[in-house]
Design a protein around this ligand. Sequence first.
Ligand SMILES: [Zn+2]
Length: 402
Amino acid sequence: MSLQPYYWSDPMQEQFDVEIESILEANGHFHITINEPIVKPAGGGQAGDRGVLILGEKKYEFIDTILHDGHTVLVMKNSPTRGKGKAILKLDMTWRKAMMTNHTSEHIFVGAMKRKYPEIKLGKIWIDGFHGTVVLEGKIIPLEKILEIEDEVNGLIRDSISVTTKVVSADEVDESVRAREGVTSKNEIIRLVNVGEFDSSACSGIHVTNTNEIRMFKIIDVKPQDRNTHIEFISGANAVRTLAEIYNTVLTRKYSYPFEIEQLGSILDKSKTLQSAYEEAIEKILLLMKEGPNKEQLNEVSFWHEFLPGCDMSTIRHLIKELNVEEPSVTLFLTTGKKTNVIMWTKGMPKDAAYYIAEIVEDLGGRGGGSADAYTGGFTDIDNPQELFQNLIEKVKGRILE
Ligand SMILES: [Zn+2]
């Protein structure tokens, strides 16, 4: 079948002699039509080839390839001035190889996804020399599950599986082949791309010949949208380089921080906690400046209660020593550092500190203990410490007023 494009049989050939048929200016770009189907035009969710056209000493870069009325058209920013004639076309092989690894890994990834979730449909895809995106329709797939499939894809890459292509007539295509709706009815011949026994799909794009050429497949973004899952990935040299960059971003901070790389997850969690504690602390400072301390008079007893985000227990103990509070009084502080802690301190009260608070803390799911004039307690997994504190204040107030 001589009409098959060259990139179907030998996607690694880099240089070709071509014949320029026409040059047209359109939308600020030049469209150079060549007579040979050797470069891959954009289509089917895949970007076109890139490269240069060489005329004598001069090189003209093309940034895309499109198909126009069955002709291969190179899209250029600058164009040779003369029309028809011979030229040498040299492909940007970095771009092409990246498209080949991105596209083949898309086949393996979507194939693995379809095995796990037969109900999903492959929606829009886009593949270029930077990355690939796929939309899996009909299901929101959790990130952890997608990362499990990523691992499976990398296993298949390491297994060095042959990727073969075969042109068959449309009626030979059966259910086991992944094909978009209408593909077998619209075309007489179908090109099958097989990743060993793992996946077979109808596709006219460019692929590697062995999965080990992909080297690495990495998911870089997952977004649920409506009932679909949008997934972005990279592969090949780009994936290896990106992973090294991210690792080095961490490594260069390892000694100045310092931390162990294995702790990265908890460090990010901690930074999120600190950020929200910081914001709450600022809010608290502003409130204290505007409204002063939260003190109320309950008969003779002065009751002082403050929510102190971002403070730890030792800071609070230190603060209490410095405070000069009147008698009789109850001072109740709640802190939200690593844990949600409560400290209560009494002065000149008829009963031990624990009497006013211990049962209440236990009822609210916390634990604690104390001496005659101090009680400390702690809570774990508190989503809304302010709400907890309001609750605590009301109940302690009840006890003081008994
Ligand atoms: Zn393909």
